[in-house]
Design a protein around this ligand. Structure first.
Ligand SMILES: Nc1ncnc2c1ncn2[C@@H]1O[C@H](COP(=O)(O)OP(=O)(O)OP(=O)(O)O)[C@@H](O)[C@H]1O
Ligand SMILES: [Mg+2]
Length: 473
């Protein structure tokens, strides 16, 4: 059967062309034409946008004040760390996109969660008028036997999770309509393709179209859908950017595949706080939640070593202690600045501030910075610790035992406060740290038992911090 005709639409100006062109005939932009299904009167309701209108066909226009604010009901997934990032659990009709590097454990985590949900006896979605309920795992990457093998390794026996090895969207939708599961996992969205398009699975057009149809199904049926997404080489979710807008929650699974710890982070959540993280340890029996992760990213030095400083970072609601390491070495003609887990541009900026405001020159040196344990730190509160680590390595002098620092550093050399400084200090004191260098505004105003054993030095400027640390030698 000939496939239905498709058009190519510019994703910047919306101009259409019957065939693919490198340059958009409308706005002249390059490489912006994407294949899509042409909108006809009949097909219109199958498309995103038009589709959502049908969700509440009879809903009248009402003033906001008279609309009852109903709390969304959440079903816990049996993985408290996953529930934490989801904002409490799976929401009926909610669509979650979870991305992560190959082999990080996406399929493992979701299979574990589905099994726990299945055992929890889920109600039928959409108010229960239609029979259904339970879970469906759609795998496009593995065969049913491979999924069974994984289940056996994870110690999941006698699982009633329904498994479908399928990559064609229309058949997946038909199965969803027939089974009416309460939760469905699509592993992965990049392998799903729709018959309506001629482009290959994983292409921008296919991913967008398939995700739109699945999202629409979730909204109209009340089935919660979890989409697994691939990531590109630089860690972004593969496929169109619009994918992240379409779904309710975007989660990233990250971590160093060489270490057993994995972090799951909410980037967007319509039903909860973002930047909340969940911490897991990968074991032979699958992923196990780590409920008290504050000390897992510290390497165990028996004696302090140069080029190492501990930072208290706040991820979501939990403070975590992370060791930052630096190595400064004589560079070649063009010295290198490399960072793992921290932003490289920020590192370049901090080195400039260090030079201008603290007189520490690294212009002819290679500088390598690493956050231990594969954790990615994006908050600027890491600045002070990074700078102190670099100077420590440059001087070949270790920071004192039990030392930690945090604080944002500005271009003028000022040390700015980090959010919720007191909580960070309390966590450090709890873990037995003894010396802290923190921004002035974060220093506790009055003595508190919670900071006992921790000597807190407040600084306002970078040079002040450097002088203070030299005084601690
Ligand atoms: N026998 C085992 N013991 C311990 N860990 C294992 C074992 N087998 C697999 N693993 C872990 O499980 C990981 C694979 O997990 P999983 O297949 O869930 O990843 P994924 O994110 O779904 O990958 P992909 O993107 O390729 O689908 C491996 O990288 C490994 O760390
Ligand atoms: Mg997988």
């Amino acid at each position: 059967m000939a496939s239905p005709k498709t058009t190519f639409i510019c994703n910047q100006c919306g101009a259409s062309s019957p065939r693919w062109l490198g340059k958009c005939p409308g706005c002249g932009a390059w490489n912006t034409l994407v294949e899509s299904v042409p909108e006809t009167a009949g097909a219109g309701k199958n498309r995103l946008g038009a589709g959502f209108a049908s969700l509440a066909p009879n809903s009248p226009v009402r003033p906001l004040a008279v609309i009852e604010a109903v709390d969304v009901a959440r079903t816990p997934t049996g993985q408290p760390e996953l529930d934490r990032v989801l904002g409490g659990g799976i929401v009926e009709g909610g669509v979650v996109l979870i991305g992560g590097d190959p082999g990080i454990g996406k399929s493992t985590l979701l299979l574990q969660a589905l099994d726990a949900l299945q055992r929890a006896d889920l109600p039928a979605p959409g108010g229960g008028e239609v029979p259904g309920g339970g879970t469906l795992y759609v795998t496009g990457e593995e065969s049913g036997a491979q999924v069974a093998l994984r289940a056996r390794r994870l110690g999941i026996t006698g699982s009633q999770v329904a498994v479908l090895a399928e990559i064609q969207l229309e058949r997946i939708l038909a199965t969803l309509a027939e089974q009416r599961p309460a939760v469905a996992v699509i592993d992965s969205i990049q392998t799903v393709y729709s018959d309506q398009l001629t482009s290959a699975p994983g292409s921008v057009a296919q991913v967008r179209e398939c995700a739109a149809h699945l999202t629409r199904w979730a909204k109209s049926s009340g089935c919660a859908i979890v989409l697994v997404g691939h990531v590109t080489k630089d860690g972004q979710l593969a496929g169109p950017r619009v994918l992240e807008h379409m779904v309710d929650t975007v989660l990233y699974f990250e971590g160093d595949t060489h270490s057993s710890y994995r972090l799951i982070r909410a980037i967007k959540n319509r039903f909860g706080a973002v930047n909340e993280i969940g911490v897991f340890a990968m074991t032979e029996k699958g992923l196990k939640g780590v409920s008290n992760p504050s000390a897992i990213f510290l390497s165990q030095h028996s004696q302090p070593v140069p080029g190492s400083c501990v930072l208290v970072t706040l991820e979501g609601t939990r403070p975590m202690l992370v060791e930052i390491q630096a190595l400064v070495d004589t560079g070649g003609v063009s010295p290198r600045r490399l960072s793992v887990g921290l932003e490289r541009d920020r590192l370049a900026m901090l080195l400039a501030v260090l030079h201008q405001h603290a007189g520490v020159a690294t212009g002819d040196q290679d500088v390598f910075v690493n956050a231990v344990g594969g954790v990615r730190i994006s908050e600027p509160a890491a600045d002070l610790a990074v700078m102190l680590t670099i100077t420590s390595s440059l001087r070949g002098k270790a920071l004192p035992k039990g030392f930690l620092a945090f604080g944002e550093v500005g271009l003028a050399g000022e040390v700015r406060p980090a959010p919720r400084g007191q909580e960070r200090l309390k966590e450090a004191a709890k873990l037995g740290f003894s010396v802290a260098v923190v921004p002035k505004a974060n220093a506790p105003k009055k003595a508190d038992k919670a900071f006992e054993g921790l000597t807190i030095h407040a600084v306002e400027r970078v040079d002040e911090a450097m002088a203070l640390v030299r005084g601690l030698d």
